[in-house]
Design a protein around this ligand. Sequence first.
Ligand SMILES: NC(=O)C1=CN([C@@H]2O[C@H](COP(=O)(O)OP(=O)(O)OC[C@H]3O[C@@H](n4cnc5c(N)ncnc54)[C@H](OP(=O)(O)O)[C@@H]3O)[C@@H](O)[C@H]2O)C=CC1
Ligand SMILES: N[C@@H](CC=O)C(=O)O
Ligand code: NA
Length: 336
Amino acid sequence: MKIILVGFGVIGRGVAKVIDEKKKLLKEKYGFEPKIVAICDSSGAAIDESGLDLKKAIEVKEKTGKIANYNGKKISSVEVIESIDADVVVEATPTNIKTGEPARTHILKAFENGKHVVTANKGPLALYFKELVESAEKHGVMFRYEASVGGAMPIINLAKETLAGNEIKSIKGILNGTTNYILTKMEKEKLDFNTVLKEAQELGIAETDPSQDIYGYDTAAKIVILANSIMGMNKTIDDVKIEGITRITPEAIELANKSGYTIKLIGEVKKNKLVVEPRLVQLDSPLNVKGTLNVAMFNTDLAKEVVIVGRGAGATETASAILSDLINIHLKVKEK
Ligand SMILES: NC(=O)C1=CN([C@@H]2O[C@H](COP(=O)(O)OP(=O)(O)OC[C@H]3O[C@@H](n4cnc5c(N)ncnc54)[C@H](OP(=O)(O)O)[C@@H]3O)[C@@H](O)[C@H]2O)C=CC1
Ligand SMILES: N[C@@H](CC=O)C(=O)O
Ligand code: NA
C-alpha cells in the first residue's frame, strides 16, 4: 500500500513512527506492507516513490522543522495528492472548525484522484460530512476516520460494526483529552488552568489552536461526527449548544467533591439535541475517568448501556486508530 502523509506534526510523525516500528508484524500478521511515498507539511514535501526512509524523515523534521529539507521538494500538498501514485492519503493537518481547510480540499482531491482517505481531522467531518461521504462513494474509494473521535478509543468503527442492528438512542461522554487532563490536574493537584494547559500542549494532546479544546469546539465537532456517522443525522457544528471549561476553577471542583461529585466536560447527542457543557458527574460514575482518558456511554435498545474508555489523544494513541483504518482498507481491498 502506497501512502501519502499530509501533515507531519504530532500525529503525522506518530503515524510514521508506528508504521516504521511495526512493519515486520504488519507483513506477517496481515500481509500489509505500507510504504509512505510522500510526506507533506506547510513547507513542502519529501517524495520517494520507492518509499521514504521514515527514521530520516522524522529526524529531518525534528532537527530543521521542514520536511522539504529531506530532498528539497517545494511542492504543495494538493499537487502531491494529484500527481503522486498512491493508494491512500492520511490527512493529519490542523483542525479548522470554521472552514474545515486545508483538509476538506485535500480529502476531496484525494477522492477525485481515486485515493482512499484516512483522517484524524475533525474540521471537514464536522462541517461537510455528507459532501465527503457522497464524494467517496461517487469515486468508489474508502473514507475512514476512527481517529477523529476519541483518538485510540474505539468508538466509530465499534458502533458501526459491533453495535450493528442496535438503535442507538443517545451517546454521551468525555471526548476531549486536553480538557479532561486540565480538570483532573486542577482536582488532584489544585494546579491553575494556564499551567496545566501549557502541560497539555507540551504533551502534544492539545489542538494546534488550543482554544478549540477549552471552549468546547473540539468536543462539539466530535459530537457532530458521531451524530452524522453513527446516528444517521445531518448536523453541523452550528447545531451544537457549546460551553467550555474556562469558568471552572479548582475551588468549584473542590466544592463538588464535598458533595460526592466532580466536574467534567460532557458532550451528548440525544434525540435531536447536541450539547457540550461542564456537568456534575458522580465520583463513582463510569464517566469519571482521569487524565487524557476519554469515555463514551451508548444507550441502545438491544445491548442496553455500553461504556467504552480509551486514550483520546497523543501521538501513538491516535496513530493506533489511523493504523487500524489503514489495515482495514488493506484487508477490504485484498477481499476484492
Ligand atoms: N494531537 C492529538 O492528540 C490528536 C490530534 N488529532 C487531529 O489530528 C490533526 C493533526 O494534529 P497534530 O498532529 O496534533 O497537529 P500539529 O499542529 O502537531 O501538526 C499539523 C501538521 O500539519 C501541517 N500542515 C499545516 N498546513 C498544512 C498544509 N496546507 N499542507 C500540509 N501540511 C500542513 C503542519 O505543518 P508544519 O509542521 O510545517 O507547521 C504540521 O506538520 C488535527 O486535525 C487534530 O485535530 C486527532 C486526535 C488526536
Ligand atoms: N485536542 C484533542 C485531540 C484529539 O482529538 C483532545 O484533547 O482530545
Ligand atoms: Na477513536
